[in-house]
Ligand binder design. Structure first.
Ligand code: GLP
Length: 248
């Protein structure tokens, strides 16, 4: 695992954007696995700035997103499709048809999951998969449990995730209770993984990912079995590792 410990959120965002930009420049037809949540917002801002400055093009890029709330329309301001449009896609030259987010309204969820996996396979998996991490160690919406789920699936969100994500909704009751999530198989199938984390409330998840037992109780920990992972975290997210003497 290659580790970057950055001073603060902005430095973390810039470093993560550099890793993505390097991939896009190196391979202008690459497949990007993309993530939502508050953590990558700054990363996407840098990418949009660099696109506007003429330093990057997304014209040949195809993207697959990690997850989507079940039941939200694409134009709902808390849907992950909406997030991707407003934070990245609407501001760069990516071809709309080349972006894919699970369809939160799919009439046949099992079919949507199977088709999503088939699409990822047809692309040859992501060249670079961006990941945030939940406070409980979830990646995508792969929640802690007693086993890993390989395929794209419908998840019952953990109470702690509903609580954490309620900050984005008017009330806690408005938070969807289920989501579509890429499984561990597609995440681990990516050629390279970029994990980003910021803030004190991620310190336990980052510690457990890097140092804890590898297992489904902390889904992020499986990344230690991936041969090419880059972790970019700010000092606050790194604090438990620093206290444990891990000094990259
Ligand atoms: C959300 C998303 C994840 C994200 C995580 C952390 O529920 N499904 O993809 O990485 O939780 O979000 P945030 O970056 O807002 O802390």
């Amino acid at each position: 695992m290659q580790i970057f410990r950055e001073k603060d959120y902005d430095a973390m965002s810039r470093r993560a954007a550099q890793v993505i930009a390097a991939e896009v420049v190196h391979n202008p037809a690459c497949v990007l696995g993309l993530a939502t949540g508050s953590t990558p917002v700054g990363t996407y801002k840098y990418l949009v700035d660099w696109y506007k400055a003429g330093m990057l093009s997304f014209k040949g890029i195809r993207s697959v997103n990690l997850d989507e709330y079940k039941g939200l329309t694409p134009d709902h301001d808390q849907s992950y499709r909406y997030f991707m449009q407003s934070n990245l896609f609407d501001h760069v030259d990516i071809v709309p048809e080349n972006t894919r987010v699970p369809d939160g309204l799919a009439a046949d969820p099992a079919r949507e999951c199977a088709e999503y996996d088939a699409y990822i396979r047809s692309l040859g998996y992501a060249d670079l998969q961006l990941l945030g991490i939940g406070r409980n160690g979830h990646i995508g919406f792969n929640e802690p449990g007693d086993h890993f789920v390989q395929e794209t699936h419908v998840v019952d969100l953990a109470e702690s995730t509903i609580e954490a994500n309620s900050r984005f909704f008017a009330t806690r009751d408005d938070v969807p209770k289920q989501a579509f999530s890429m499984g561990i198989g597609a995440i681990m199938g990516a050629k390279r993984v970029l994990l980003v984390a910021s803030g004190e409330d991620k310190a336990d998840a980052v510690y457990n990912t890097v140092c804890g037992p590898i297992g489904p109780q902390c889904p992020g920990s499986i990344l230690r079995l991936h041969p090419n992972v880059v972790l970019v975290a700010d000092e606050a997210a790194f604090s438990r590792l620093t206290a444990a003497g891990v000094n990259p």
